[in-house]
Ligand binder design. Structure first.
Ligand code: SF4
Length: 301
């Protein structure tokens, strides 16, 4: 690991101004960043964006907010409607979790997304990342918001390595807290700006260092960009996996108006053992409800 020029707090602060100034000029105009999105729009976007690119999220986000502009509107519908509206965003348990959060917000908080980080974290389906992101982006609070893009930017600028570890470590959390500006408004801006820098400039495969506002401070670049020597990075294989089979099974149920016979689900994938395993997984995850007579539907309760 390369010694970082950012080890002292004074120097680490040198990152803030250039990254925030770059963000002021280059941030994308995304609907969840507009004032009218409100905390619910921010929360919906954070659920959708966690494992899905912006371009795929945009249309589903728009339809979702048009149909369910408030948490109570979503909470009033069956969870299966959330799964249906999730469409092809992938990782559909996120739809169930968002529905569960909407129910809890309606029951415990009068239908308003709570402002308090601990109350956000106490909602079902909300983990450390989402609680911090909503508190920071929707309410302008001071929290370390560590998504994949931010972790990569910090790995390169401060730690001097090309990629962060596969799973977030305590050391990364400490570093993120150490890099957080002191005042709330700047910290919130910094969280959004460092994330955008990772999304647009310091990308995983082709970082555009010539356009980077902190190229002169970046430990990895200054060390000559040593190649990754940690454990192999997790791939995103999809074809042939249970995820693909689950996606096909759910697509049939999303498009059906009522319950679907198991025989129709059998047509989506030839290999019976994998198909059965995928369907069992969907049922145990609460994404599919088995009915009498060999019928299946999206969850109604
Ligand atoms: S200089 Fe290059 S590697 Fe370093 S933060 Fe900027 S874009 Fe990323």
């Amino acid at each position: 690991m390369t010694a970082s020029p950012l080890s002292s707090p004074d120097v680490s602060r040198a990152l803030h101004s250039p990254v925030i100034a770059w963000f002021d000029e280059h941030a994308r105009d995304l609907p969840w960043r507009r004032p009218e999105a409100g905390p619910w729009g921010v929360m919906v976007s954070e659920f959708m964006l966690q494992q899905t690119p912006v371009s795929r999220v945009l249309p589903v986000y728009g339809q979702w907010l048009a149909r369910w502009p408030r948490p109570a509107a979503l909470a009033a519908e069956a969870p299966g409607e959330a799964v249906r509206a999730w469409g092809r965003l992938g990782y559909p348990r996120r739809a169930l979790r968002l529905h569960g959060a909407a129910v809890a917000i309606t029951e415990r908080h009068g239908g308003d997304v709570p402002r308090d980080h601990a109350q956000l974290l106490a909602l079902p389906g909300i983990g450390e990342y989402t609680a911090a992101a909503v508190a920071s982006f929707a309410y302008g609070q001071r929290h370390a918001v560590l998504d994949t893009n931010v972790r990569r930017v910090f790995a390169r600028t401060a730690t001097g390595v090309e990629y962060p570890p596969n799973a977030t470590t305590a050391a990364e959390r400490r570093l993120a807290r150490a890099l957080l500006p002191e005042d709330e408004a700047t910290a919130s801006r910094w969280a959004a700006a460092s994330m955008e820098l990772g999304a647009l400039v310091c990308t995983a495969r082709n970082p555009d260092c010539a356009r980077c506002p902190v190229a002169g401070l970046c430990a990895w670049r200054l060390a000559g960009k040593p190649p990754h020597d940690g454990p192999p990075r997790r791939g995103q294989t999809y074809a042939g996996t249970d995820r693909q089979v689950r996606g096909r099974l759910l697509a049939v149920l999303r498009e059906a108006v009522g319950p679907v016979p198991g025989a129709l689900l059998d047509t989506v994938w030839e290999e019976p053992v994998q198909r059965a395993r995928a369907l069992d997984g969907l049922v145990s995850d609460g994404l599919v409800e088995p009915l009498a007579g060999g019928l299946y539907r999206l969850p109604q309760t």
